[in-house]
Structures are given as C-alpha cells and as structure tokens.
Write a protein that binds this ligand. Structure first.
Ligand SMILES: [Zn+2]
Length: 242
C-alpha cells in the first residue's frame, strides 16, 4: 500500500544521507498589510502549527525518547517503524509504503543528506497522521511541518538558536539540516516572521503576515525585510522580519 505520490520502488542501496529547492526575494513584514503575490501557498495557520507541534512529544514517547534529545530521522524510523529509510530510485522525493506488513520509508537516490533527513521526517508524519486517522486535504502541507519539528524539536532549536543568532547557515550546520528548514523552524519557534521564497511558491512561518510579494520580491527593498541568502539549494531566497 502506498501513501504518497506515484513512484517506482526498485529497492537498491541502503540508507541515507541530503538539502532543500525554489526562488526569489523580499517580503513586507512588520505591518498588518502584506502584499499578496500571485503564486503563493497559503501558510498553515498558527492553530494548526501549534497542533502539529503538540505531536512531537507523543511521537518521541512512542520511540522511548524525549524531544530534548533529538533523534536522527533514521533512528526515529527504526524505533517507530522497525525499519530504516532506504535510498532507492524514485520519481517522487520520498514515500512510505507498507511492505509485507511493515512500514518502510524510501527516499530518492542522490538526495543530499540534509534534505533526506527532512524527507524522512515528512514520511514519518504520514505514518503518524495515518495512525491518528487524519486524512484532510492539507495533509501534504501538514506533513511538512512535523517533518521539520521531529528532526529539530523545539527545545533543541531554542538551544542552538541562542548561540549562532540569525546565522541560518550555522544553525543549519549545527542541526544537520537544510538552511530553509533552519530559517523556517526559527520562525516557527520564535514567532519572528520568516519565509523561504521558491519557484513553487513561498513557505511562510512566524507571526501572521499574509503572503509574500513574489512578483516584486526581487525588486522591492523595505527596511522591515532582511534577506537571508540560502546557499545549499538552488533558486531559493530567505527573508525574515528585520
Ligand atoms: Zn507527502
């Protein structure tokens, strides 16, 4: 049984290792009036994000662990599913499938390891939502959030963020994750508006600020917006409230 996207599973190599993907530049934070871009993705509302955050502790408990000691996604997978993620040729970035009665996570071969870690978290979220019976239309967006929260639990982010400050690259390196995930996770945990602008549309986190001005993003500068270069994935730009 397949729970995610169309894919060709051709079991091959073993586990693991990854980074993030998309586009553009400035947002208009620090005001109640935000631009509305054309190619935007509605952000998850704060209530939903809080709800998702509340899943982290019970999932870690199921793995006999505590969120203050972040587990590698491969370890989480082993403890929760009984299997480690596998790198295989896939059409999609990743998937979780029930194979001979056992859930298995598959990740596309060649995925850089920081991104592979997040994809494993995303697929574990699919397993969790299936377990609690959630099948809403926003399932994919919902799986992105716990995918990040599972591999960078709140107490871990707080601890790391208190050291490198706003240096997204340093935070990402320390957390062994992508710069996009680091930026968005800081915004989730601190509330400071932040976004990753990509070709597929922005991902927005933090205090409510509406959508981002994709059409103007590369041209508009505003004192309330600070650009954050994202160097580990192509065609992405980070922005945070200055
Ligand atoms: Zn998915």
């Amino acid at each position: 049984m397949l729970t995610h996207a169309q894919m060709n599973i051709a079991p091959s190599s073993s586990f693991f290792s990854s980074a993030a993907g998309g586009d553009s530049a400035a947002a208009f934070f620090g005001t109640k009036n935000c631009f509305t871009g054309g190619l935007t993705v509605a952000p998850l509302d704060p209530h939903t994000l809080n709800e998702i955050e509340s899943y982290v502790a019970p999932i870690y408990r199921l793995a006999d662990s505590d969120p203050s000691d972040a587990l590698a996604p491969a370890t989480l997978s082993l403890k929760l599913l009984g299997t480690r993620p596998k790198m295989v040729p896939l059409v999609s970035q990743g998937t979780i499938a029930l194979v001979k009665g056992q859930w298995r996570i598959y990740i596309r071969s060649g995925t850089p390891w920081p991104r592979a870690r997040w994809i494993a978290g995303h697929e574990l979220a699919h397993w969790w939502f299936k377990r609690i019976g959630y099948t809403g239309p926003d399932l994919e967006a919902r799986c992105d959030a716990p995918g990040a929260a599972l591999i960078v639990p709140r107490p871990v982010l707080v601890q790391v963020h208190s050291k490198p400050g706003d240096d997204v690259r340093a935070i990402a390196d320390e957390l062994k994750t992508t710069q996009s995930l680091a930026l968005l996770r800081v915004s989730e945990v601190t509330g400071r508006p932040g976004a990753v602008l990509r070709r597929a549309g922005p991902i927005v986190r933090g205090e409510p600020c509406g959508h981002l001005p994709l059409e103007y993003g590369k041209r508009v500068l505003h004192p309330s917006v600070k650009r954050v270069p994202i160097t580990d994935e192509e065609q992405r730009t980070g922005v945070v409230a200055a």
